[in-house]
Design a protein around this ligand. Structure first.
Ligand code: SER
Length: 369
């Protein structure tokens, strides 16, 4: 057992006591003043502010939660998630509500309530079906044109070889006149290549037969690769994926992507090295897509789906990309005295099925993901 001299023991005791007192003082936050200043941020279906009225899932959830706990509050519209969180840290706001994703970076600066919703981050892209020209364009690429050109050159060479071998002894089928003779030679090479074998022309000389034998062996392999190649090209041309710009996350690299400033969508787009076009809100970001300046809008899927639901004629769709799955929570200052009370009320609302009911009613059939 370690023995402390009495003086040292009292010093240790004093330090421990003062330490814990300091810790208590540090963990204390200023007393809460009512009505609470509740910032509202985000987009429908979670929050909106029109005609001096706040609406949406997050707003309704808060209203019910506050009614159950007798909290007096006033709503204050916020321009963005980042600004709202900054105002919570500076003490300007007591709470921030909306579709606010719980992230580690934010968690270092503020407290989050229990999550009340799970949302995907997605990419809204132009949904116009590709034109006929766009679909057949690949057929005119250099690679395709040069292969077809190469094939004609080979047919021409074989046609010449056959003509040279046959024209002297087989003039009837391969006339001495260059154009007619070589023309027949090319026709013969083509008929052999395609394995059609009309039999209207056939070599009679040994050299002619040798050239034809080699050509037949080559075409046996060439014909099957040609068939496979054509089948692949046709499958690609007919498939939707062929014209799909974003089939994997790497496709985002270097592309102009519209985002809302300070949101997690903007963070993800940056992570995947997209070229960010920032807007203060979702409407602004969608405008960028409409004008063709952006190739996509990276944002929360529920808000994107809600937009599509509200604008059924919009030629947009959500790309088949899995970017991130995030929990939404409300924001409170670090060491907030309200967090326990609010969490308790929130969990009670979840357990009673009220959260589900509010979400169902607000989303009105827009499927959640
Ligand atoms: N969920 C997004 C965020 O918190 C914005 O809607 O950044």
């Amino acid at each position: 057992m370690i023995m402390f001299p009495t003086g040292l023991l009292s010093l240790a005791l004093w330090l421990t006591l003062t330490g814990s007192t300091l810790a208590v003082v540090q963990s204390e936050s200023p007393p809460v003043k009512y009505p609470l200043k509740v910032g509202v941020v985000g987009s429908p279906p979670f929050s909106s502010y029109t005609n001096q009225t706040f609406k949406g899932i997050s707003v309704e959830l808060w209203q019910e939660l506050a009614a159950n706990t007798n909290l007096k509050y006033q709503f204050i519209a916020q321009p963005g998630v980042k600004t709202g969180i900054n105002r919570v840290t500076s003490g300007e706001l007591d709470v921030l509500i909306g579709p606010i994703s719980i992230t580690a970076a934010r968690f270092k600066r503020v407290t989050f309530t229990q999550p009340y919703f799970k949302a995907q981050i997605g990419l809204l892209v132009s949904g116009e079906s590709p034109s006929v020209w766009n679909r057949i364009k690949p057929l005119f690429q250099v690679a395709v044109i040069s292969s077809v050109g190469g094939l004609f050159v080979i047919l021409f060479i074989v046609g010449n070889l056959i003509w040279i071998a046959e024209s002297r002894r087989n003039e009837e089928q391969f006339p001495k006149s260059y154009f007619r003779g070589v023309g027949n030679g090319i026709w013969f090479a083509l008929v052999t290549l395609t394995t059609v074998g009309y039999g209207d022309k056939a070599p009679v000389t040994k050299t002619g037969k040798a050239v034809t034998s080699i050509w037949m062996l080559i075409t046996m392999v060439a014909a099957s690769s040609l068939t496979a190649g054509i089948a692949t090209v046709m499958t690609l041309l007919l498939s939707q994926d062929h014209t799909e710009q974003f089939t994997q996350l790497q496709d985002l690299q270097g592309k102009q992507i519209a985002v809302v400033t300070g949101t997690t969508g903007a963070e993800w787009a940056k992570n995947y090295q997209a070229r960010l076009l920032e807007s203060p809100n979702l409407e602004g970001a969608i405008e960028r897509l409409k004008s063709g300046k952006a190739k996509g809008v990276m944002f929360d899927v529920p808000a994107l789906k809600y937009y599509l639901y509200q604008h059924p004629d919009a030629a947009f769709r959500i790309a088949n990309l899995s970017i991130s799955l995030e929990d939404y929570g409300f924001v409170l200052p670090l060491n907030s005295q309200l967090v326990r009370e609010i969490n308790l009320a929130l969990i009670q609302l979840k357990e009673s099925g009220r959260v589900e009911e509010i979400i169902e009613r607000e989303i009105q059939g827009v499927s959640q993901e």
